[in-house]
Every structure is written in structure tokens, then in C-alpha cells.
Design a protein. Structure first.
Length: 139
């Protein structure tokens, strides 16, 4: 009989880098302006690094100047899980993958007029799949 797989941890965390594990499994944050996907301008879809669930379309990515990839909305309502976060002496809304519960970043109410929301996401929590050639880039 197969053991049940926890939805909060990817099946193979051994393939994650130290930064990817810190961000997705321990709610860490990569240093600002250091993420591999921050300046990505290609057309495609951003997925959860841990379970490959689609999270954001490139059409919804914009440069907020905050130092992390920013999006104005997820691909679907259930793609993201929202939790109150009171760490670091502030109140924020943490965002996690709706499927595997990997930490992604935070959402703030200071986004563009389209939605008013800024999904501030760690590159280390994302995989990008190019819509033209299918190339996959892990953050």
C-alpha cells in the first residue's frame, strides 16, 4: 500500500537548491533584485516550483520596482492560498500555492489599477515555461 503524500511538501525536496527550499518550505525570502525570473520578459506561464501548478500568466507580470517578480492577479482563484502573516512586526497577507502549500511571497493592496493588488513573489518559488518554445526555467 502506498503511503499518503503530504500536500504541504513536494514529493522530492532533494532536487531543490538551498534557497528554493528556504523559500518554499520555510517561508524564507530571497534577497531583493537577486531572483532569476525578476527581469524575465518572455511570454509564458509561471508555475509552482514544487508541484508545477500554473500560478501566473506573463501578461499579468509587471515591474513594480520592489525587487521581486510582481503580478496583478493569479491564473485562477484557487491557484493561490491566502494566510494572515504577522511576522517581522507587521501585518501582511502571505500567498502559498493552492495545491501543495509552498510559500510564494505576499500580496499587497498597492498594485496597478487593473486589480489594485501586487503579488510579490520569490523567483525561487517559481518555474517559468516559455509559451513559444516550451523551455522551462526554474527560479
Amino acid at each position: 500500500m502506498d503511503k499518503p503524500v503530504s500536500t504541504s511538501v513536494p514529493a522530492d525536496t532533494g532536487t531543490l537548491t538551498e534557497m528554493q527550499r528556504s523559500v518554499t518550505q520555510q517561508r524564507g525570502t530571497e534577497p531583493a533584485y537577486s531572483g532569476k525570473l525578476l527581469h524575465n520578459k518572455r511570454t509564458g506561464v509561471y508555475h509552482c516550483l514544487c508541484c508545477q501548478t500554473a500560478l501566473f500568466y506573463s501578461d499579468n507580470k509587471y515591474d513594480s520596482g520592489c525587487g521581486w517578480p510582481s503580478f496583478d492577479r493569479p491564473v485562477a482563484k484557487g491557484a493561490i492560498r491566502y494566510l494572515e502573516d504577522f511576522s517581522h512586526y507587521m501585518h501582511r497577507i502571505e500567498i502559498r500555492c493552492g495545491k501543495c502549500d509552498a510559500h510564494l511571497g505576499h500580496v499587497f493592496p498597492d498594485g496597478p489599477q487593473t486589480t489594485g493588488e501586487r503579488y510579490c513573489v520569490n523567483s525561487a518559488s517559481l518555474s517559468f515555461i516559455d509559451g513559444t518554445d516550451g523551455e522551462k526555467v526554474d527560479g
